[in-house]
Design a protein around this ligand. Structure first.
Ligand SMILES: [Fe+2]
Length: 233
C-alpha cells in the first residue's frame, strides 16, 4: 500500500462492480519464503494495439465485457476493467499500423491470415450467465463467429473489430479437477479437439435452457450432437 491510495475512503472510491470481490491480497514474502520457481497467480490483462479502429475497439471491449473505463488518455490509450482486477484491457492507438491480413478461417469463415496469439478465453460461472452475456452482446449488435461444444467447454467465439479472437466460455464440468482429467484423458478421443460436430445455435440453446432443459444436458457434448442432428440446436 502506498501513501497516495486512501483505503479509508473506500466508500467514496466508487469501485466498479466486482472489483472488491474475492480479493486475495498481495503477500509480503521474505526472500527465504520463496522455495522454488513460482507460477503467476492469474492472467492480469491484455494490451491490444489498434489503429484508426480505436473507438470501435474500445467500445467493443466495453460492451462485450460490460467493462468500466479506469483511466487513460482519451483517444490514445485507455484502460478498462471488470471483476477484481485493476485493469483487464489496455487499448492503444498507433495510427500507422496496418490491419491484419485476412484469409479463410479453418472453421469456414474469415479470420486472420497471420501467425499470432489465437485467442484469449474468458470463463463464466454458469451456462445461464454465458448465454445471458451472449444475448446482451447480441442486443448491442455484436454476433459470434462460431459456437462450439468442445467436450471440455461450451464456447462462443467472437472477432473484435481488428480480428483478434475472444472466446467466452463455461466449463462443462463442475470442478477444475474433473476438467483437468477430461482434458488429459478424454477430450482428444471424444473428438472435442479436432472435430467441429459440436456446433450449436446459441439462440436455440437459450430457448432450450429457458424451457427447462437442464444446463447439464446442454453442456453434454454427446447429447448436444444428438440435438444438433435433430435440428434442435
Ligand atoms: Fe480456447
Amino acid at each position: 500500500m502506498t501513501q497516495h491510495v486512501n483505503f479509508d475512503g473506500k466508500k467514496e472510491a466508487n469501485f466498479p462492480k466486482g472489483l472488491t470481490e474475492r480479493m486475495s491480497p498481495v503477500r509480503h514474502d521474505k526472500w527465504e519464503d520463496v522455495k522454488g520457481m513460482p507460477s503467476p497467480r492469474r492472467i492480469s490483462h491484455l494490451s491490444i494495439t489498434t489503429n484508426e479502429n480505436y473507438e470501435q475497439m474500445l467500445n467493443w471491449y466495453k460492451v462485450v465485457f460490460d467493462a468500466t473505463l479506469v483511466n487513460g488518455i482519451a483517444g490514445m490509450m485507455e484502460f478498462l476493467t471488470f471483476g477484481n482486477e485493476h485493469h483487464r484491457f489496455a487499448i492503444v492507438k498507433e495510427p500507422s499500423l496496418q490491419a491484419k491480413p485476412l484469409g479463410r478461417d479453418p472453421r469456414g469463415g474469415i479470420g486472420p491470415a497471420v501467425v499470432g496469439l489465437t485467442h484469449a478465453a474468458f470463463s463464466y460461472a454458469s451456462l445461464a450467465e454465458l448465454l445471458f452475456a451472449y444475448q446482451r452482446i447480441k442486443e448491442a449488435g455484436i454476433t459470434p463467429s462460431y459456437c462450439q461444444n468442445r467436450g471440455l467447454t461450451t464456447s462462443i467465439y467472437y472477432y473484435d473489430p481488428d480480428y483478434n479472437e475472444i472466446e467466452l466460455m463455461v466449463d462443462n464440468f463442475d470442478t477444475t479437477e474433473e476438467c483437468y482429467l477430461y482434458k488429459r484423458d478424454h477430450q482428444a478421443k471424444d473428438g472435442g479437439l479436432h472435430s467441429y460436430d459440436g456446433n450449436f445455435d446459441p439462440d436455440k440453446m437459450l430457448e432450450l435452457l429457458k424451457s427447462g432443459v437442464p444446463d447439464h444436458d446442454l453442456k453434454d457434448r454427446n447429447k448436444l450432437i444428438e440435438l444438433n442432428k435433430a435440428g434442435r440446436i
